[in-house]
Design a protein around this ligand. Structure first.
Ligand SMILES: Nc1ncnc2c1ncn2[C@@H]1O[C@H](COP(=O)(O)OP(=O)(O)O)[C@@H](O)[C@H]1O
Ligand SMILES: [Mg+2]
Length: 277
């Protein structure tokens, strides 16, 4: 039995003055240690959902529970924030301190990490994102990609049980994206850190344990990459594409090729073609 770390019970959220709810009646569970991806076209409510996960926003209806604590419980909100770390798309408004190391320290101070532990954690987190040499740099002088690595280091230094990445690698070049994803993946596998990533790079979702699909504020689909990416027509109706290998296979299927299972990598498709020959 896998433990549930986050539970959403019929969660809705409306921004003040907005006619439509940004999140509508979402119920789901996040399991401890899983690698979860959330996809959906622009405006489908992904970022709003992310902010509901650590109490940055509170549901207007329903409730969010993080490790047994309801996010609307003001007295325990620090515990929620400690459990769920978050990195957003735009790194510019994520810095508060004059240097990279102060910034990372600030995030740790906020949740009561003892000062004696901070230095080791800063060194470790910067090393993970390949930014050790920028420890005393001014965040504002860094490139977009470097800022984003620092933001990720700041989240990692807190050692959250759950890390939410909301389009957090969007500013990086493909190589940088791959590196950061590998770090996160390793922390997921080796340390059991739960990862929730929101991304429009669908290729990056292929190794997820599960994918959630959002549309118009609602959760409209849930499943493994293999099951979600079978539904090519449905995804396209939702304004989403499918990863390359899935599309290739979809088109080959239409031409009469048979694949017993959906292969989510190009190599998998090739292997199946060999076997079916
Ligand atoms: N701060 C805000 N104030 C009012 N409406 C917002 C705000 N942020 C987002 N919205 C609206 O909420 C809906 C969901 O947005 P968002 O959660 O950002 O979606 P996504 O991350 O999937 O692009 C959209 O209709 C968007 O315009
Ligand atoms: Mg968003």
């Amino acid at each position: 039995m896998t433990e549930t770390i986050i539970r959403l019970n019929h969660v809705s959220f409306a921004y003040e003055g907005a006619e439509e709810k940004a999140v509508k009646g979402v119920s789901c569970e996040v399991r401890k240690g899983e690698f979860l991806s959330i996809i959906g076209h622009n405006g489908s409510g992904k970022s709003t959902l992310a902010k509901l996960l650590n109490g940055l926003l509170l549901p207007t209806e329903g409730s969010v529970e993080v490790a047994g604590v309801v996010t609307s419980d003001e007295e325990q909100i620090w515990q929620v924030r400690q459990t769920v770390g978050m990195v957003f798309q735009n790194p510019d408004n994520q810095f508060v301190a004059p240097t990279v190391e102060d910034d990372i320290a600030f995030g740790m101070e906020n949740i009561g990490i003892p000062p004696s532990e901070m230095e080791a954690r800063i060194i470790d987190a910067l090393q993970k994102v390949n930014m050790s040499e920028f420890r005393t740099a001014e965040p504002n002088r860094l490139s977009g990609g470097q800022k984003q690595r620092v933001a990720i280091a700041g989240a990692l230094a807190v050692r959250p049980a759950v890390l939410v990445l909301d389009e957090a690698t969007a500013m990086l070049d493909p190589r940088g994206r791959k590196e950061v994803l590998e770090v996160v993946r390793r922390m997921n596998l080796e340390q059991g850190m739960t990862v929730i990533q929101i991304t429009h790079y669908l290729e990056e979702t292929l190794e997820s344990d599960r994918i959630l699909v959002m549309d118009g504020g609602a959760l409209v689909g849930e499943g493994t990459p293999e099951t979600i990416y079978q539904k090519v027509d449905w995804l396209r109706k939702l304004g989403l594409d499918v990863p390359f290998a899935c599309d290739l296979q979809y088109r080959l299927r239409k031409k009469g090729f048979r694949f017993p299972v959906l292969n989510i990598t190009g190599e998998g498709v090739l292997d199946s073609l060999w076997i079916s020959d």
